[in-house]
Design a protein around this ligand. Structure first.
Ligand SMILES: Cc1ncc(COP(=O)(O)O)c(C=O)c1O
Length: 389
C-alpha cells in the first residue's frame, strides 16, 4: 500500500461483535479472562490477548500497528507523552556506567533528562554538533551505547545526516535513536536510513489538532519486545485509550495535512526573507541552509517549522509575539493552527543560557509552526504584528 492508504487502513480491524465501522474506544482498565488457565497463559505470554491497559489496549494496538506500517518498522509502543517515549528508550538502552553522544540542539526537556536526570544513574552524555560527523566520532568512548539525534533539530533547524551517523553507530556498536517529530514518517523514515529506534512526540503532527499529549517508539520487533517487558510495563507510561483513538484519527489525515503545512511554510519563508525587520531565517528548504542538500536527500519535503531572528533582537521578538492575533502564542507545534513561541524563555528554558548559545539558540530566536490556515491569513497576521516593531 502507498503511504496515504496505510495512514488510513493500517492497523484497522472492524469490531465484528457489533459491526462498528469506526474503531470503538475501549475505555477499560482491565480485560476479563474466560478462566484461570487463560489468564495464566496470557501472563506467560503463550496466548495473545489483553490483560490490563497499562500493558496494552485495542486502541493502543491500532495506533502502534499504524505507526509501525508508516515508519517501516517491526513494532511500536505508544506512550503517554513524547518524553515518556524518550525516557523509556533511554532507560531501556542504557545502564549505569554507559555513555551517550547527543545533539547540542535538542528539545529542552530531552536535554534536561540527559543533563540533570540520567547522571544521577551514572549515565553521562556528551553533547556535540551532530552535523559534524568528526565531532560525533571524537566524542565516542568505550562505554558509548547510544547516539541520539533530532533532525531537523528543535529549534535551530540544523539537519543531521541520518545515514552517515548510522554508519558511525554501527562501527562503534552503539544504538542510533532519532527523534522524528518535526518531519513525521510522511516526510522522513529514519529506520530506512539506518536508525535503530525512532521516537516521536505524537502530541505534534501525529495528532495534528493540539488536543492530545502522547508519544510513540518504533523499532524492530525484537527491540520493542525487550523494551516493553519489563521497562515500558514497569515505568507505566501508556497512552490512554481515548488519546490513542484520537491519534489514530489524526494519522488518517497526516499526509493531507503535512502537504498543506509544507506548502504554506514555503510561502511564509519567502515572506519572512523579504521582510525588513528580519535578519535571518532558518529553514532546511532554503538553498543557503548549510545542510540543504542532506535535507533534500533524506526527506521528501522540508516540513513547516521555521526559526528566525529579528533585527531588533529579543525586544522586537516580544513585540511580534505579543501582537499576533490569529496565530497562537503557545509552545508545541504541528497543530492545524499556526503557533509562535520564544525558545529561550519557553521550550528551551530548561537548558542553561551558555549551552543554549553554544547550540545556536540565541535570545532573539523566534520559532513558528506554520499551520494549515489559508496562507494569506497567516501572512497578514504576521504582517500586522511585525508592523508594530
Ligand atoms: C522534538 C521534540 N521531541 C520531544 C518532545 C517531547 O514531547 P511531549 O511534549 O509530547 O512529551 C517535544 C516537545 O515539544 C519536541 O518538540
Amino acid at each position: 500500500m502507498n503511504f496515504q492508504t496505510k495512514a488510513i487502513h493500517a492497523g484497522h480491524k472492524h469490531d465484528k461483535s457489533v459491526g462498528a465501522h469506526a474503531t470503538p474506544i475501549y475505555q477499560t482498565s482491565t480485560f476479563v479472562f474466560d478462566n484461570c488457565e487463560q489468564g495464566a497463559r496470557r501472563f506467560e505470554g503463550i496466548e495473545e490477548g489483553y490483560i490490563y491497559s497499562r500493558l496494552g489496549n485495542p486502541n493502543m494496538t491500532e495506533l502502534e500497528e499504524k505507526m509501525t506500517a508508516l515508519e517501516n518498522g517491526g513494532a511500536a509502543i505508544s506512550t503517554g507523552s513524547g518524553m515518556a517515549a524518550i525516557s523509556t528508550v533511554l532507560l531501556s538502552q542504557l545502564k549505569a556506567g554507559n555513555h551517550m553522544v547527543a545533539g547540542k540542539a535538542l528539545y529542552g526537556c530531552t536535554n534536561s533528562l540527559m543533563t540533570h536526570v540520567l547522571p544521577r544513574f551514572n549515565i553521562e552524555t556528551t553533547f556535540v554538533d551532530t552535523t559534524d560527523l568528526g565531532a560525533i566520532e571524537q566524542a565516542i568512548n568505550n562505554n558509548t551505547k547510544v547516539i541520539y539525534i533530532e533532525t531537523p533539530a528543535n529549534p535551530t533547524m540544523q539537519v543531521t545526516d541520518i545515514k552517515a551517523v548510522s554508519k558511525i553507530a554501527r562501527k562503534y556498536g552503539a544504538v542510533l535513536v532519532a527523534d522524528n517529530t518535526f518531519m513525521t514518517p510522511y516526510l522522513q523514515k529514519p529506520l530506512d536510513l539506518g536508525a535503530d529506534i525512532v521516537v516521536h512526540s505524537a502530541t505534534k503532527y501525529i495528532c495534528g489538532h493540539g488536543d492530545v499529549v502522547a508519544g510513540i517508539i518504533v523499532s524492530s520487533k525484537e527491540t520493542i519486545m525487550d523494551m516493553k517487558f519489563p521497562y515500558f510495563k514497569d515505568f507505566g507510561g501508556n497512552t490512554s485509550p481515548f488519546d490513542a483513538w484520537l491519534l489514530v484519527r489524526g494519522l488518517k489525515t497526516l499526509p493531507a495535512r503535512v502537504d498543506i503545512h509544507c506548502k504554506n511554510a514555503k510561502v511564509v519563508v519567502d515572506y519572512l526573507l523579504n521582510h525588513p525587520a528580519i535578519s535571518d531565517v532558518y529553514y532546511p528548504g532554503l538553498k543557503e541552509h548549510p545542510q540543504h542538500d542532506i535535507a533534500k536527500k533524506q526527506a521528501t519535503d522540508f516540513g513547516a517549522m521555521i526559526a528566525f531572528e529579528l533585527k531588533g533582537g529579543i525586544e522586537a521578538g516580544k513585540t511580534l509575539m505579543n501582537n499576533v492575533k490569529m496565530i497562537a502564542l503557545a509552545v508545541s507545534l504541528g497543530c492545524v493552527d499556526s503557533l509562535i513561541q520564544h525558545p529561550a524563555s519557553m521550550t528551551h528554558s530548561p537548558v542553561s543560557r551558555e549551552d543554549r548559545l553554544k547550540a545556536g539558540i540565541t535570545d532573539g530566536l523566534v520559532r513558528i509552526s506554520v499551520g494549515i490556515e489559508h496562507v494569506e491569513d497567516i501572512i497578514s497576521d504576521l504582517g500586522q504584528a511585525l508592523a508594530k516593531i
